[in-house]
Design a binder for this molecule. Structure first.
Ligand SMILES: Cc1cc2nc3c(=O)[nH]c(=O)nc-3n(C[C@H](O)[C@H](O)[C@H](O)COP(=O)(O)OP(=O)(O)OC[C@H]3O[C@@H](n4cnc5c(N)ncnc54)[C@H](O)[C@@H]3O)c2cc1C
Length: 471
């Protein structure tokens, strides 16, 4: 049966059962996304203050067959937080449910509500002398609900894992309106199917996460950051292996950067100071975090010296202060914004087995050259085998000049990724952008199981209709 719209009449009925001001006409910020690709058809947003209100809203939507789109910080890059067609859904924002309910330093656990902004969770952990290691450029806006909904990655995955690896328990409202009280602080709990891992990465299609019990880590007390010039992606991987061999788990970030990223920064954000007049073709940003008494800068210097001898690096900057470290990270974190200002024809968030990264870069470049003349900004979390491989028009041309080639570029990159045993969405999710790609490249048995799970938990398909799986 088709879904009904969340129209004024529905909002008026539902509003009578909820505290005043829980429902209101959706402002533009709930209807747009960072890359400006989709606009939502929603007209109403619900802003509940507690889980029971979320449950009441979902129950009403389930009874009337109304679609629901959970909206976190709105920073998602695959259109999961916006429904651009079909009957207007009800947007649910948990921004009023943003409490850090408790921090348990001895247990290395924090219990937070899903509307909490990542930077606030990081700060709460820091105040307890702990680390919440999830870290990404959108951390000032992205919320725990959205981060878990997308199983976000970010710069510290190498050491601490994805969002999924940082969750001990969840509280959530399921598509029939029932509340799952799974907010446990247990590291061991083998009692049947793990709903936690079904909801994490489901992008709001199986329920609404309302709170999470998160793993904290001991806080590294000394941090070292370096930007090293490498002759090639192969050398970058050899350097990573050398660094991990000597420094073990303390290597927390290892980001590959291409000259194009620095050129784009110079072109679009000239006030950002760059450490060189001409950026090298390839460089890596490395961060290590160690305990008290350690000297991470000295450790990085030793790695640099050894790597230099081996021909793996030719130049480098080792931050001598927190400010210098921040400056290096600021460059890395502004690359997505520089990309946005230049305007990609096609962007890809892919992963391949670590050892095949150089192969991917060579083969993708050669294959795309047969389609035209491009500027490619290939950068990202290379330590996790994850690259952001973004294709831009040649100087003097715009993305609009190449609209008709977008699909061919995407297919070219994704076919190669698939051939190499990789993933067409390493960390951003499927959303609405990659529904076709999931159907094309996804394993048939896995897709059938996903559809069966969706049908069992959400038979009327009210939860985020059209995201991840075709509506
Ligand atoms: C500059 C920039 C840098 C980025 N860097 C990275 C990066 O390094 N790594 C990375 O992984 N991502 C990155 N992203 C993408 C984005 O920040 C992440 O996908 C983030 O996890 C989204 O969180 P959000 O709160 O903004 O969620 P939204 O964008 O609001 O929503 C994302 C998805 O989660 C669902 N959702 C929202 N709230 C809930 C909830 N309470 N329960 C269930 N589902 C929910 C939505 O329906 C939607 O499908 C970046 C984005 C930007 C703009």
């Amino acid at each position: 049966m088709p879904l009904a719209p969340a129209d004024d009449a529905f909002a008026s009925r539902l509003g009578q059962t909820l505290p005043a001001d829980t429902l209101r006409p959706a402002e533009p910020r709930f209807l747009e996304e960072p890359r400006g690709r989709w606009t939502s058809t929603a007209t109403w947003v619900a802003l509940p203050r507690k889980v029971e209100e979320v449950a009441a809203i979902v129950t009403a939507c389930a009874e009337e067959g109304i679609g629901i789109v959970p909206f976190g910080g709105g920073t998602g890059l695959v259109g999961g937080q916006l429904q651009p067609e079909g009957p207007a859904p009800l947007v649910i924002s948990l921004e009023r449910m943003s409490a850090i309910r408790a921090v348990y330093p001895q247990e290395n656990v924090a219990v937070v509500e899903a509307g909490a902004i990542l930077a606030d969770v990081q700060r709460a952990a820091e105040e307890a002398d702990r680390l919440f290691p999830l870290s990404l450029a959108s951390e000032g806006s992205a919320q725990i609900g959205g981060l878990l909904g997308t199983n976000a990655g970010g710069v510290n995955t190498l050491r601490y894992g994805n969002a999924r690896d940082l969750v001990l328990g969840l509280e959530a409202v399921l598509p029939d309106g029932s509340i799952w009280h799974g907010l446990k602080r247990l590291r061991k709990d083998n009692t049947g199917y793990d709903l936690r891992h079904l909801l994490i990465g489901a992008e709001g299609t199986l329920g609404i996460i309302t709170a999470a019990s998160l793993k904290l880590a001991p806080r590294p007390t000394t941090i070292g950051t370096a930007l090293m010039t490498v002759p090639s992606p192969e050398a970058a991987l050899a350097l990573l292996a050398m660094a991990r061999g000597q420094l073990g788990e303390t290597v927390s970030a290892f980001e590959l950067l291409h000259r194009t990223g620095f050129d784009f920064l110079a072109e679009t954000l000239p006030d950002l100071r760059q450490p060189w007049a001409t950026a090298p073709d390839w460089s890596v940003l490395i961060e290590i975090g160690q305990g008290a008494g350690a000297d991470p800068s000295a450790a990085l210097e030793e790695i640099f010296a050894e790597a230099f001898e081996a021909g793996l690096v030719s130049d480098g900057i080792i931050a001598q202060s927190v400010g210098q470290s921040r400056d290096l990270w600021t460059l890395r974190e502004h690359i997505p914004e520089a990309n946005r200002r230049i305007g990609a024809v096609s962007s890809h968030d892919i992963s391949v087995p670590l050892g095949l990264i150089p192969d991917f870069i060579t083969r993708a470049g050669a294959a795309l050259a047969t389609l035209g003349d491009w500027r490619i900004n290939c950068f990202g979390h290379v330590g996790d085998g994850n690259l952001h491989y973004n294709v831009f028009p040649a100087p003097g041309r715009t993305r609009e000049d190449h609209v008709n080639q977008r699909d061919a570029i995407k297919t070219c990159v994704h076919d190669l990724v698939h051939d190499l045993g990789g993933s067409i969405s390493a960390e951003h999710g499927v959303g609405r952008l990659k529904v076709d790609d999931l159907e094309r490249y996804g394993d048939p048995a896995k897709l059938a199981a996903m559809r069966a799970i969706k049908a069992a938990l959400d038979p009327r398909s009210i939860m985020n209709p059209g995201a991840v799986l075709r509506a």
